[in-house]
Design a protein. Structure first.
Length: 205
């Protein structure tokens, strides 16, 4: 692809690094931005810059936040005794969209995957174990995707907290095996949270 401007070429190259964006789509987006009023493009750039430099991760659940605690953890109406364990921030958003869960979350930041060189120490697992040790949590809901890596991560955490007085459950398998939560429709995901099953039962299936 030939460019008449190095500035245009640079913008297209940067845009094309986004997931699902090829060079042609990136060019179309950049040219669209060029046609917009200057202040609109500047506001977009400022929003991205501010997001990258100022966004934080909640010190309690590891969700994205504007302050030390995210809005979910700060909400006094959420059930602090119930924690939903998810892989990443997109899963929090997917579950919140169902309006079926009123507890808190714990974002692991990934799944155990030896093939990818990701072990338990690379994830946000130990802080979760510490929460359980404090005795305030009554139930953990494992809401990782129905994949081998997800099941391995669930089982690892389960073994770490097995000695404590806590209920462990997993979302009902209305979600197809191998599917990620973010691609599941809200009704199915909501029902899976409500109709969760004891984790021990899932080990036998």
């Amino acid at each position: 692809m030939e460019f008449s401007s190095k500035l245009l070429e640079k913008a297209v190259n940067e845009m094309s690094q986004l997931p699902g964006i090829g060079k042609r789509t990136a060019l179309r987006l950049v040219l669209h931005l060029l046609r917009q009023p200057g202040n609109q493009t500047i506001e977009l750039a400022d929003a991205l810059r501010n997001m990258r430099s100022e966004i934080k991760f909640c010190k309690s659940c590891n969700n994205i936040s504007d302050s030390e605690l995210c809005e979910i953890c700060k909400n006094p109406h959420r059930n602090e005794e119930l924690i939903c364990v998810v892989e990443d921030i997109r899963d929090v958003m997917a579950i919140e969209n169902t309006s079926s869960f009123k507890g808190l979350y714990h974002v692991l930041g990934g799944k155990i995957s030896p093939m990818d060189g990701i072990g338990p120490n690379d994830l946000n697992i130990q802080p979760l174990v510490e929460k359980v040790k404090q005795g305030k949590v009554k139930e953990l809901i494992f809401a990782l995707g129905s994949t081998m890596e997800g099941d391995t991560t669930n089982f690892y955490i389960y073994k770490q907290i097995q000695e404590f007085d806590i209920t462990t459950s997993t979302i009902a398998r209305g979600i197809s095996v191998g599917n990620e939560l973010e691609y599941t429709d809200e009704v199915t995901l909501g029902r899976s949270i409500i109709n969760r099953i004891p984790f021990e039962v899932s080990l036998k299936s």
